[in-house]
Design a protein around this ligand. Structure first.
Ligand SMILES: [Zn+2]
Length: 187
């Protein structure tokens, strides 16, 4: 994988821009929903787009997903995506890796035109709506779910002593120093 590709994906920024790292899982979302199809699978975190890796301490682990298509009570095509994944994220206090298990669920209603989508979204603030495309990459949806599901500032409940020592030497962090003082006082 060349540097150029990585740069390109970083400047992308859009919700469903193409992923260069993994083979896409392409579906016709409307047909998938109307036919009530189900798709399950696993994907290595290492194969996800760099925009996911940016928030991680390493790229170990794999994401399990279930995508279920249905038609909702208003007869609109509907997708439910659940993702389960255990990731290593950097602790915002000591910067050492910590394990974070995500279980996310997205319920998305597909619309055929922007006006109807906006009207429905105004009426129902909880509604997750997207415009139906002839082709949709399930991997990109999974990546969005992981990015949105990640905690904003993950921290160990108690950071390791060794990690604290390193964090303190690297750059003074008042919380790390305080935690260390408290620990030595109780010894
Ligand atoms: Zn920590």
């Amino acid at each position: 994988m060349g540097e150029g590709l990585i740069l390109l994906t970083k400047t992308g920024g859009g919700l469903y821009h193409p992923s260069f790292m993994s083979n896409p899982i392409l579906i016709d979302p409307v047909a998938f929903a109307r036919e009530g199809r189900t798709r399950t699978g696993k994907i290595a975190v290492a194969e996800l787009d760099p925009r996911v890796h940016d928030s991680l301490a390493d790229t170990s682990g794999e994401a399990e997903f279930v995508l279920v298509g249905s038609v909702d009570r208003l007869r609109r095509p509907h997708l439910t995506l659940t993702v389960n994944v255990t990731l290593n994220v950097p602790c915002q206090r000591c910067l050492e890796a910590m394990t974070e298990t995500l279980s996310t669920r997205a319920d998305v209603v597909l619309f055929f035109d922007q006006e109807k989508l906006e009207a429905a979204a105004t009426e129902d603030e909880e509604l997750d709506a997207i415009l139906a495309e002839p082709e949709m990459d399930v991997i990109a949806l999974i990546e969005d779910e992981i990015i949105m599901g990640l905690p904003f500032a993950p921290k160990h409940e108690v950071c390791g002593t060794e990690a604290l020592e390193r964090a303190k030497n690297d750059k003074p962090n008042p919380f790390a120093v305080l935690a260390k003082l408290k620990k030595s006082a109780s010894e």
